[in-house]
Ligand binder design. Structure first.
Ligand code: ATP
Ligand code: MG
Length: 393
């Protein structure tokens, strides 16, 4: 079967009234964006509670489906045939032809499920179900009807034209990007933060990202890895504005002034502070990290509390309760794993102490940070001012 159209299904729960338009418009925009990467030309339209993607030229079916599977907000992708309303006798022929082309093996159970948006249609939905069912059975005696658990549900939607579809390819779910504000992801080269970004983007949030690098302690290649990860996440999240902060002088200064076992915590507190400054400039309403309780010394509950203390924005930590393997599973599913495990150094690993504190005392941390008073504000300001921005897509 050569399809030219997809009917796009989305979960409508919670999207009523004005929200519904916002949701649908954002979804249309994201579908258009996703299909740009597919060979061929498409037209995406919205029509009384339905979204269609129609190919205007030849196109690669599998590529189009793959692209649509990455659009948050889509619950189902239905390859569809749209026919003109030329009367019921003609419709019977069209449905038979549809079944013939889509299902080479004619030995399954089915049910016709008609819906009339056009209430002027001369037959009721019940009559359409019955008469089309009969016509299909007559044409293909190997089939049988099962009204409770059919293997194939043959949808016939009577509108100004008629939609025929029976396959529903699951979409990613979630909400369309652009329906839930904007947040700043702290993106490292690891496994967790790309997954965290993906999860928040899935809720409809536009994400930007910030990466702290420490040349010459971290290489160009490590930075490129983060750019690559941002690009991979952007396949779902849309273009990501990545802010690259030179963190070297701050790290060296902390290293010089503070007890080494507190280094990681203090460094992480400065990352959060700087991320928040950039987030505020970019009109982001929250921060996102890939932290997970207990994963490493800097992610004990005490450490998380110490890191969190410097933030005034909400910090979203979508993988907080996940085991490493659960995070790995998602990173494999979304295609970031292979890039994440490339062995390029992380700016945190270079300065880590052999025995970092796992239960930092906040008062002790405050006292250590006081030792930075002389230069730290200037260093933070410089780091923010010299931030390099790259659009990853
Ligand atoms: P990840 O796999 O995301 O690197 P991780 O298990 O290595 O996480 P940490 O290194 O403790 O954990 O980092 C915790 C979180 O802090 C990361 O998930 C990320 O959000 C942020 N982060 C760490 N290092 C950086 C960095 N160099 N630039 C930006 N964010 C960072
Ligand atoms: Mg890391």
């Amino acid at each position: 079967m050569k399809y030219h159209s997809f009917l796009i299904k989305y979960a409508e729960i919670g999207v009523k009234g004005k929200n519904r338009y916002m949701f649908e418009d954002a979804l249309v925009k994201q579908i258009r964006f996703a299909l740009k990467s597919v060979e061929g030309e498409f037209e995406v339209t919205k029509e009384s509670g339905r979204i269609y993607a129609n190919a205007l030229t030849d196109f690669d079916f599998d590529d189009a489906v793959e692209a649509l599977k990455r659009v948050f907000g889509i619950s189902g992708i239905c390859p569809m045939v749209q026919v003109e309303d030329l009367g019921f006798e003609e419709l019977k022929k069209q449905v038979i032809q549809y079944v013939d082309q889509v299902y080479p093996e004619k030995n399954f159970t089915f049910k016709v499920n008609a819906r009339r948006a056009n209430k002027q249609y001369p037959l009721t939905s019940e009559e359409i179900n019955r008469d089309l069912g009969e016509a299909v059975l007559e044409a293909f005696p190997g089939l049988s009807v099962d009204v409770h658990k059919p293997q194939v549900m043959l949808h016939v939607e009577i509108r100004s034209r008629i939609n025929l579809y029976s396959q529903v390819i699951p979409g990613p779910g979630g909400m369309p990007i652009g329906t839930n504000g904007r947040a700043m992801l702290l993106l490292s080269g690891g496994i967790d933060s790309p997954v965290a970004g993906y999860m928040i983007a899935k809720r409809g949030v536009v994400i930007e990202a910030v990466y702290f690098h420490a040349p010459p302690y971290t290489s160009e290649r490590a930075k490129q890895k983060v750019v690559d990860l941002a690009k991979l996440v952007s396949r779902y999240a849309g273009p990501i504005k990545l802010h690259i902060v030179n963190f070297t002088d701050i790290q060296l200064y902390i290293y010089e002034k503070c007890p080494h076992e507190e280094l990681t915590i203090i460094m992480r507190r400065y990352m959060m502070r700087i991320a928040e400054i950039i987030a505020r400039k970019e009109k982001c309403l929250g921060l996102i990290t890939g932290e997970s309780i207990g994963q490493v010394a800097s992610q004990t509950v005490q450490s998380l509390a110490a890191t969190n203390e410097v933030c005034t924005m909400p910090v979203f930590r979508p993988v907080i309760g996940f085991d490493k393997q659960e995070i790995v599973d998602i990173s494999e599913k979304i295609g970031t794993f292979e890039t994440s495990i490339q062995p390029y150094e992380d700016c945190c690993t270079i300065f880590v102490a052999k025995h970092p504190v796992t239960r930092p005392n906040i008062n002790v941390i405050h006292r250590s940070e006081e030792k930075l008073a002389e230069k730290i504000d200037q260093l933070v300001e410089t780091a923010v001012d010299t931030t390099e921005t790259v659009i990853c897509q």
